[in-house]
Design a binder for this molecule. Structure first.
Ligand SMILES: *Cc1c(COP(=O)(O)O)cnc(C)c1O
Length: 502
C-alpha cells in the first residue's frame, strides 16, 4: 500500500531516495585526475578545451530537470548547485558533460533541512525524531489546509466563525465527558495557560512525587512558577495521601494539580491520591495526563486517559497531541465549560494558539483510520517476528551478516514508563548503525550488546522494503573490506539502480 504523501507529486520517499547521490558521480573524468593541473600553471590545451565546453549557468537553468528543481527548491539553491558543478568541471574533477547531472545530484532532497528518516529505534515516540508520525489522513489534511482555508470563516454566512471549530468538535466527540475543549501549541503550553488563567498570584497544590522534568532540562515546577502562580508542595517523594492535599487547601488555593509521571516510575513503598479522592476538596482538580490517550488503552493499563479522568471528577485535563494520540504537536485542554471559556478568552491564549495545519492534522487524526502510533502499539509479536524473519532471510541471501532476534520496544518518554512491548528486530554488526544513519534514506536503530538493532515495532510494515534497501546500501560503508566481493553488491551505495530507480 503506497503512502499518499502529497505535494508536488514528488513523495518524501523519492526525495530521500535521491539524497546522497551527489557524492557518487564524482569520479574523475577518464584519463584525468582532479587537481592534476598545478595552481597557477597554464592549463593544458585539452583542459582549456574542456573548460570551454562547460555549460553556462543560463543554459543549465533551461535544462528541464533543473528548471523543475527551481520550482521545487527555489532559484538560490539550484544556482548554488550549478556553480558547484561548474567548479568541479573547471577543476577537472568531472567532464563538462557531467555538469547538469552533478548539479542535480548536489541539490538537497528536501526543501527544508529536515530529512525523512526511518525510526527503527523501537521507541515508538522518539522526541528526537519528532514523536508521533502522522497518519496518511493527517498528512493529506495538512496538504489540503496549507492554502487559504475557512479556518475562521463560516462559508454559509460569510461571517467570522470559531477558529478550528471542526477539530474541537471532533475532540469533544472522542471525549464525551468533556464539556468543552481548547487546543494550544503543546502540552507545556496547555499547563502554562491553565496556571496563568486560573492561578496567577494564587497557589497550586501539587505532590512532591509529581515534580516532573519533561526533558532537555525543562521542569514542570519551573514552568508553573514562571506564570506567577505559587506551588504548594505536599506529601513526600514516594507518598502523598488525600489528607496531605486537604491540609494544604486554603483561601489562596486556585487548584489541585495532578501530574502523570510519564517518564519515570516510583516503586516500592508508595502512595498517591487518585483523582476521585481529590474532587471533594472544594477546588478544581487539574490533571496533566501527558500522553494524550483519550480513552483507556488495553495494552497500557497504567496509562491515564482524558475521559476516565474527567469521569472521575477532574475539572480540567491537559495532554500532548503528539504522544499516544498519534497526532501533530499540540496541547489539549478538556473539561468544564466555564474553565475552558476563561482559558480561551485569556490574552495568553492568543500567543499559544495553533495554526491551521495543526488543526487539520489533529482533526484527521481524531476522525481518521488508526494512526501509525496506534498500529505500532497493536502490532502482534508474531507478525513482527515474521517480518523480521522475511527481511533477515532476504538480506542474508545476498551476504549481509544479519539475523532476526527478539527485542523489547518501548513507548518512549511520551508515556507508559517501564512498559516494554515484545518486538522483533534485525540484528546487524555495530558499524551498520552509523552507515544506516548517514545513508541517503537515514535509518536510526539502537545499539545493544555490540550489535545494531533495527526494531520493527516502530517501523510501519509498508516501509519494510525501503528498510531492506537502506541496509543493502549501508553494507559497503559498514564493511569497507567487502568491496572485493565478486557479486558487486557493495557497489550498491554508488549505484542508484539498486534503490529501485532504474
Ligand atoms: C510530555 C509531557 C508534558 C509536556 O508536553 P509537551 O507536549 O512536550 O509540551 C507535560 N506533562 C507531562 C506529564 C508529559 O508527559
Amino acid at each position: 500500500m503506497g503512502r499518499t504523501r502529497t505535494g508536488t507529486g514528488r513523495t518524501g520517499r523519492d526525495r530521500a531516495d535521491r539524497e546522497g547521490q551527489g557524492a557518487m558521480e564524482q569520479r574523475p573524468a577518464p584519463g584525468r585526475t582532479a587537481g592534476d593541473t598545478p595552481a597557477g600553471a597554464p592549463p593544458r590545451p585539452d583542459t582549456a578545451d574542456a573548460r570551454r565546453r562547460i555549460p553556462r549557468t543560463d543554459t543549465l537553468l533551461r535544462d528541464p530537470r533543473l528548471a523543475a528543481a527551481v520550482d521545487r527548491l527555489g532559484a538560490h539553491r539550484v544556482k548554488s548547485a550549478v556553480r558547484q558543478a561548474q567548479e568541479r568541471a573547471r577543476a577537472g574533477g568531472i567532464a563538462p558533460e557531467q555538469v547538469p547531472r552533478t548539479a542535480l545530484d548536489l541539490l538537497p532532497g528536501t526543501a527544508s533541512g529536515l530529512r525523512p528518516v526511518i525510526n527503527a529505534t523501537g521507541v515508538l515516540l522518539h522526541t528526537n525524531l519528532g514523536r508521533a508520525p502522522l497518519s496518511d489522513a493527517a498528512r493529506q489534511a495538512v496538504q489540503e489546509a496549507s492554502g487559504p482555508t475557512d479556518v475562521e470563516l463560516d462559508l454559509t454566512t460569510g461571517v467570522r466563525a470559531r477558529r478550528g471549530r471542526t477539530a474541537l468538535a471532533a475532540l469533544r466527540e472522542r471525549v464525551p465527558a468533556a464539556g468543552a475543549a481548547h487546543v494550544v501549541n503543546n502540552g507545556a503550553a496547555a499547563l502554562v495557560l491553565a496556571a496563568t488563567a486560573l492561578a496567577a498570584g494564587k497557589e497550586i497544590v501539587v505532590s512532591r512525587g509529581e515534580m516532573v522534568e519533561i526533558g532537555d532540562g525543562f521542569r514542570l515546577p519551573d514552568l508553573l512558577v514562571s506564570t506567577g502562580a505559587r506551588l504548594r508542595e505536599v506529601g513526600t517523594t514516594n507518598r502523598t495521601t488525600p489528607a496531605d492535599y486537604a491540609a494544604a487547601i486554603g483561601p489562596d488555593t486556585a487548584f489541585v494539580l495532578k501530574v502523570h509521571p510519564s517518564n519515570f516510575r516510583i516503586t516500592g513503598f508508595t502512595r498517591s491520591a487518585r483523582t476521585a479522592e481529590l474532587t471533594g476538596l472544594g477546588v478544581p482538580v487539574v490533571v496533566d495526563i501527558g500522553s494524550g490517550l483519550l480513552a483507556p488503552h488495553p495494552a497500557l493499563p497504567g496509562e491515564p486517559d482524558a475521559d476516565s479522568e474527567l469521569c472521575a471528577g477532574a475539572a480540567l485535563v491537559t495532554a500532548s497531541g503528539d504522544k499516544l494520540l498519534g497526532g501533530p504537536q499540540c496541547g489539549l485542554l478538556l473539561g468544564r465549560q466555564d474553565l475552558l471559556r476563561a482559558l480561551a478568552r485569556h490574552p495568553l491564549a492568543r500567543a499559544l494558539r495553533v495554526d491551521k495545519l495543526t488543526l487539520a492534522a489533529l482533526e484527521a487524526t481524531l476522525t481518521g483510520p488508526p494512526t501509525p502510533t496506534a498500529r505500532a502499539l497493536a502490532a502482534g509479536p508474531e507478525r513482527l517476528r515474521a517480518r523480521a524473519d522475511r527481511l533477515a532471510a532476504a538480506l542474508a541471501a545476498d551476504g549481509t551478516d544479519v539475523r532476526a532476534v527478539a527485542s523489547a520496544a518501548t513507548v518512549g518518554g511520551g508515556g507508559a514508563p517501564g512498559v516494554t512491548l515484545p518486538s522483533a528486530a534485525l540484528s546487524l554488526p555495530e558499524p551498520y548503525a552509523a552507515a544506516l544513519r548517514t545513508g541517503r534514506l537515514p535509518v536510526v536503530g539502537r545499539l545493544e550488546a555490540g550489535r545494531c538493532l533495527l526494531d520493527l515495532r516502530s517501523v510501519p510494515p509498508e516501509d519494510d522494503d525501503r528498510l531492506a534497501r537502506a541496509v543493502r546500501s549501508a553494507r559497503a560503508a559498514a564493511h569497507p573490506t567487502a568491496t572485493a566481493e565478486p557479486d558487486g553488491a557493495d557497489a550498491s551505495r554508488a549505484e542508484p539502480t539498486v534503490d529501485g530507480r532504474a
